[in-house]
Design a binder for this molecule. Structure first.
Ligand code: XMP
Length: 319
């Protein structure tokens, strides 16, 4: 057991000693680890920290706005918000292979981040939200997808390319501890206890080619699903839950007309380690409500299905 106020005071002291009067940049992703790292470093050195938030256009509904409100608004941290969605969308045009999409998103992410970092020539440090499990795993990733996760997540090679020293204040912490720290630093509970979200974001939840109109539909469907899970007290009972966009059209009826529109799949799993997972046995009434709301509120989607595949043999994500 640890004493949080003491821990924060020590961590802050350590960061101040390490950094001195030099400047630090940090890539904010909206995820738990980078958010907590940012809040801690900001507590330690205030305006010597500049956060760079690269929005690839594949975030969830209002996510970019929430990140800005939290860090720029409430914490008064320096945040550069880079809206790179057009650039990402452009590079993804016509690309359907999942690993190819991951590669493109990872590469663009590094490029955009580097370009921003070069605009801050005084920065001497690159801060990252690396946590203890990342440190252990980085010895050897178990599969291709895991390798991609690492290379994207920790923007591999960046400190060297940019000639920056690495600042990783969460290196000794487990996920639970990072969450407790986040709450103690004033981050909202819902942000800190969020389900994990993959680096490539909706890019791997829109099957096949990523299109802006598909992303817009998916964001709205996904937000309805998550809203209803929270309202029914099921969010915390699932490890990860999200909607997947299927670029397939099926026939429906609405009023006296026939519709021919897209399909959304709902995925909700329970797992300890994300290596194996069970599909969540959500109440039928909850599923029914989510389906009705999506079909009624998101014009362009006329069918909702629930994924009842375990991992293995299926993966949690569809790509
Ligand atoms: P799968 O689909 O392999 O997912 O069962 C296991 C966990 O990993 C996440 N995931 C990713 N995270 N970049 C990430 O940062 C990725 O490319 C990626 N692919 C999968 C997935 O969301 C789940 O939590």
């Amino acid at each position: 057991d640890w004493n949080m106020p003491d821990y924060i005071a020590e961590a802050v002291q350590k960061i101040r000693e390490q950094v001195g009067d030099e400047e630090v940049i940090l890539g904010l992703s909206g995820g738990v680890d980078s958010s907590v790292a940012a809040a801690l470093i900001h507590r330690a050195i205030g305006d010597q920290l500049t956060c760079v938030f690269v929005d690839h256009g594949l975030l969830r509904l209002n996510e970019g706005k929430m990140v800005m409100e939290m860090f720029a608004g409430r914490l008064h941290a320096k945040v550069v918000h880079v809206d790179a969605s057009a650039q990402f969308m452009g590079h993804l045009k016509g690309v359907t292979d999942p690993e190819q999409k991951r590669k493109i998103i990872g590469r663009e992410f590094v490029e955009v981040f580097q370009a921003e970092a070069r605009k801050l020539p005084n920065a001497k440090w690159l801060a990252q939200g690396t946590i203890y499990p990342d440190v252990i795993e980085s010895g050897g990733a178990k599969n291709k997808k895991a390798q991609t996760i690492k290379s994207h997540h920790n923007v591999g090679g960046l400190p060297e390319t940019l000639g920056l020293k690495l600042l990783e204040p969460l290196r000794d912490l487990f996920k639970d501890e990072v969450r407790e720290l986040g709450v103690a630093l004033g981050l909202p509970h819902d942000m800190v206890y969020r389900h994990p979200f993959p680096g490539p974001g909706l890019g791997v939840r829109i099957l096949g080619e990523v299109r802006q109109d598909f992303a817009d539909l998916l964001r709205r469907a996904d937000a309805i699903f998550i809203d209803e899970l929270r309202a029914a007290d099921w969010y915390d009972k699932t490890s990860q839950a999200f909607a997947v966009f299927l670029p397939v059209k099926s026939v429906g009826v609405m009023g006296d007309g026939r519709t021919y529109e897209y399909v959304v799949a709902l995925r909700a799993v329970q797992t300890q380690d994300f290596m194996t997972a069970h599909w969540a046995e959500l109440p039928h009434s909850l599923l029914g409500k989510v389906s009705n709301r999506i079909i009624n509120e998101v014009r362009g989607i006329n069918r909702v299905v629930y994924d009842i595949s375990g991992k293995p043999p299926a993966t949690i994500e569809w790509e």
